[in-house]
Design a protein around this ligand. Sequence first.
Ligand SMILES: Nc1ncnc2c1ncn2[C@@H]1O[C@H](COP(=O)(O)OP(=O)(O)O)[C@@H](O)[C@H]1O
Ligand SMILES: [Mg+2]
Length: 338
Amino acid sequence: MIVKNCKLTNFRSHDYFELSCWKETTMLSGENGSGKTSILEAIYEAMRGKSFRAVDKEIIKRGADFYRVELEYKDGEKTTVVYEKDGKKYFLVGDKKAARLPQKYRYPVVLFEPDDLNLINSSPSHRRDYFDRYFGQLSDTYSTTVSKYNKALRQRNELLKSTFISRDAMFSWNIILSRLGVEIWRSREKLVASINEELTKVYQSIAGNDDEVVIKLKADPCGRTESDYLGELEKGFEKDKVLSHTSFGVHRDNYEFWFNNRLADGSASRGEVRSIVVALKFIEADMILKTVGKAPVVLLDDVFSELDEMRQKALVYNFKKNQVIITSVNAVEDIETS
Ligand SMILES: Nc1ncnc2c1ncn2[C@@H]1O[C@H](COP(=O)(O)OP(=O)(O)O)[C@@H](O)[C@H]1O
Ligand SMILES: [Mg+2]
């Protein structure tokens, strides 16, 4: 889908703002704090159903009663998001009104924010969130399974805090977590393997050398069958009760980046780390296109200025088939695409 325009009302610092987009690349430049990321946030919300960085009560312009985003696609389709200050939120799509953005009106987006450049050196939970969002766009089942898992995990953790814990109640959450946990682990394994098939090749095309990059999913080997998983949850019960949280499960998985057979965190240079993340973004856009059959809209938030010319060119070249919306403090000019 190609975004034609996006109108924001009372969205963060914007009273009203209208962005018309080009089919290929749209540039948004402005000072820090001028509201650039907010515009991408509005587009993302209308395309994915929620913001990538905040909850609605933080988004609504301070002092306003509502916010609205109206996004029009090139083929005439429209999505309107309305949030009222009493907490009511709805989406208008086609002739329907819905509390959540219906699946068939969600379109793929690849977002690249400056923080992503720290992906390799940041926390395991940051990487888990990153890959959950990535994999969730490839498969609705994956994203539903992860949200069901997280909900069940929260319930189990709540139960662990109570003074009287019924074994039966605990057992039913253990069963649910084992089933969903194994399913999540299997999907992650498969998707990481698909990324690895491309990663070194794409990395080398950006960096122009022979370095090798591999992502390893670090998951507890006891979580590979439902019965083993269940056994671990039961074994950990006393410890979990003391901690008031669940110490075993896929919510503890980690993704490690390996660079020439060493952990990239610590061995790869800043520039190499950046190239790895850029490579990952290309693969993400490509996997979405191949799996979902739609070229994602690419939102590049302030990353251009963070990259050197070689990586900037690689970025523009590789996203040639996508609609790209770029924000930058300085106007970006003269980026050749061939
Ligand atoms: N709910 C809100 N109401 C009004 N202003 C807001 C709200 N949320 C953020 N802002 C303001 O918006 C500006 C940040 O917008 P942002 O899109 O992040 O800017 P940029 O990406 O151009 O640096 C800040 O000045 C911030 O104070
Ligand atoms: Mg910004």
